[in-house]
Ligand binder design. Structure first.
Ligand code: NAI
Length: 329
């Protein structure tokens, strides 16, 4: 099996090379993203391994078919960037890593909440400068606050348990219902109730046509003034311009995001020597109550090890014509 990796970074090489010792696949790592212009590079490889910001649309899948690709292995959970119909049409199977460490993402959501609340990023810089003044650093007790979670799957449920540990009351909304939710002690709510009552809202549902811009001007208008919004799921869940308007009126008091709708042109690269051309993103950066990380919620050593292991197991199952437990259909 020959596998070509797109959007590969040094840490991908390290973890995949270590896991591949027991599989012995022939691997090629490319830094470039997969897109219509780069699909030709897959020639001679049966498997293409991609990440969140690779373009896997109809045109790309058609081109991959012509290069002889038989399997697309996503080394991530979300697959909103993949045209599944094109996969079916061209007979290319698609696998993913449905869970590698939901703890990594849930805990990063907490990191965003705590940093925004207690302003440790600002305190760190102040103390380094010998400034021990507390003005502007006041936070609030999480204990007793109402936290609304949208999406109660693997990450949402872990986030709920962590918040309950802080003494928060957790409201939840999910379009499905399953026994784990019933046993979780989460109070189920309608979306409107969750918007109206939550001091903090954290998004843990996938990006689908139904959830696109779930947070828009209408939903923001229903929220508590000064609430905190956290998004570690997908950028498209949020209408960024509406959120900027709400930050200006202070309807939203804090914003913590690890994902951004137009992140493909920014994240995972060192652009520190360039001028950022995205004015919406630049406006977000200008607020001191906005905390942005560059899609790093998944990025723990535990998660990377699992991602490499499960991706190569998926490919191995395909190679041996075994059932593909992690196929995206
Ligand atoms: P999951 O599949 O276990 O849970 C997602 C939950 O969302 C399910 O319970 C589902 O019923 C619910 N859901 C689906 N559509 C909904 C809707 N319209 N309204 C409300 N709930 C809805 O997924 P998991 O592992 O918990 O991941 C959640 C999301 O986190 C992923 O879709 C992905 O976008 C994001 N993610 C982000 C990472 C990062 O590094 N920032 C890493 C991994 C995942």
């Amino acid at each position: 099996m020959k596998i070509i990796f797109f959007s590969a970074k040094s840490y991908d090489r390290d973890f995949f090379n270590a896991s591949n010792v027991k599989f012995g696949f022939t691997v090629t790592f490319l830094e470039v993203h997969l897109n219509p212009a780069t699909a030709v590079l897959a020639r001679g490889h049966e498997v293409v391994c991609v990440f969140v910001n690779d373009v896997v649309n109809w045109e790309v899948i058609e081109a991959l078919k012509h290069q002889g690709v038989k399997l697309i292995a996503l080394r991530c959970a979300g697959y909103n960037n993949v045209d599944l119909d094109a996969g079916k049409k061209y007979g290319i199977r698609i696998v993913r890593v449905p869970a590698y460490s939901p703890y990594s993402v849930a805990e990063h959501s907490l990191a965003l909440m705590l940093t925004l609340n207690r302003k440790t990023h600002r305190a760190y810089n102040r103390v380094k400068e010998g400034n021990f003044a507390l003005n502007g650093l006041m936070g609030f007790d999480l204990h007793g606050k109402i936290v609304g979670l949208i999406g109660l799957g693997k990450i949402g449920l872990i986030t709920a348990r962590i918040m309950q540990g802080f003494g928060c009351r957790v409201l939840g909304f999910d379009k499905a219902t399953f026994p784990e939710i019933e046993a979780s002690g989460i109070t189920m709510a309608t979306l409107d109730q969750l918007f109206q009552q939550s001091d903090i809202i954290s998004l843990h549902c996938p990006l689908t046509p139904e959830t696109y811009h779930l947070i828009d001007a209408d939903s923001i208008a229903k929220m508590k003034k000064g609430m905190m919004l956290i998004n570690t799921s997908r950028g498209g869940l949020i209408d960024t311009r509406a959120v900027i308007d709400a930050l200006k009126t202070e309807q939203i008091g804090y914003l913590g995001i690890d994902v951004y709708e137009e992140e493909a042109d920014l994240f995972f690269e060192d652009l520190s020597h360039k001028v950022i051309q995205d004015d919406v993103f630049a406006r977000l950066l200008s607020f001191n109550n906005v905390l942005i990380t560059g899609h790093q919620a998944f990025f723990t050593s535990n998660a990377m090890q699992n991602i490499a292991e499960i991706t190569l197991q998926n490919i191995n199952a395909f190679d041996r014509r075994q059932p593909l437990d992690n196929e995206v259909l």
